[in-house]
Design a protein around this ligand. Structure first.
Ligand code: SAM
Length: 275
């Protein structure tokens, strides 16, 4: 399992070059993408495309090649294979067959984003990409609310604002960092809170490129003020029933569900009187 750079080719390790040269075959997501990397480092090893789509067909062939004594290097388009990329089923099949799997560590956006986030690194939970459908996203985020750990998400530029809004609504007010285009020319690290990052990216032009969102663990000082609670309730009431909205907001406060529910009813009444 060979890590490759996430942008800056200087991040290729000597060992990765060596292993890719020595391997009998390189299994990669996209032969055009990996072809460019191999050309840059003068590597002439043959490639085979291996991805989620053709995996069931190609995997048995890779396994039988390895059983016959061949060495197969697995790379993804960028970064570390298996980390929001193909490879898990292959490693799992190798383990079942008693075949040796060797890690060749290197770049991964997950760790690169985490180490510049200025958020706690003692307990970290990697989530990767959130589902794009609202209900599935809510279901993924719900169990994360009370977890005392820094959370790491992957996202792309066009979906950043929507994802930050969902994180802010579901996880409450927390410190967060957006790390964009890491190791590349336009590398950019923006730190703030979920709500102010969400607001500023909603207004800003859609950011280009790839990015990591790092969210700090819940802290005492993140407790919402009465004004924050009202704002969160009004936002949630736009799409949810009073019951769901108050349950969602109550998770982020140290107040009783009953008091938040009562406040949601009040707001709903005042709000409907406005119209
Ligand atoms: N396996 C890769 C790794 O180890 O980082 C991740 C592959 S995943 C399909 C692609 C996602 O990784 C992007 O949408 C983005 O969230 C993140 N990513 C990859 N390269 C990045 C970079 N240079 N800067 C910031 N995030 C990046």
């Amino acid at each position: 399992m060979v890590a490759t750079p996430i942008g800056n080719l200087m991040d290729m390790t000597f060992r990765a070059v060596d292993v890719l040269r020595q391997a009998d075959l390189i299994a990669c997501e996209d032969t055009r993408v990996t072809g460019k990397l191999l050309k840059h480092f003068g590597i002439k090893t043959p490639m085979i495309s291996y991805n989620d789509h053709n995996g069931p067909k190609i995997r048995p062939r890779l396994i039988s090649d390895m059983q016959a004594g061949k060495s197969i290097a697995v790379v993804s388009d960028a970064g570390t294979p298996l980390i929001s990329d193909p490879g898990f089923k292959l490693v799992s099949a190798c383990a079942d067959e008693g075949l040796k799997v060797v890690p060749i560590p290197g770049a991964s956006a997950f760790l690169a984003g985490l180490v510049v986030s200025a958020l706690p690194t003692d307990k970290v939970l990697f989530i990767g990409f959130l589902p794009s459908k609202q209900k599935a996203r809510q279901d993924t985020l719900k169990p994360l609310v009370g977890i005392d750990a820094t959370l790491v998400f992957y996202e792309s530029g066009p979906r950043l604002a929507t994802t930050l809004a969902a994180l802010s609504l579901q996880l409450g007010e927390r410190s967060a960092t957006v790390a964009r285009e890491l190791t590349k020319l336009y590398e950019e690290v923006t730190r703030g809170t979920l709500s102010n990052l969400s607001e500023s990216y909603e207004k800003a032009e859609q950011p280009k490129g790839e990015l990591v969102i790092v969210v700090g663990p819940p802290t005492e000082s993140d407790e919402m003020s009465p004004k924050d609670i009202d704002e969160a309730l009004l936002e949630a009431l736009k799409t949810m029933t009073v019951r769901d909205a108050s349950a969602t907001v109550a998770i982020h406060t140290r107040r009783t569900k009953r008091s938040i529910y009562a406040r949601a009813l009040e707001l709903k009444a005042t709000h409907s009187n406005d119209h």
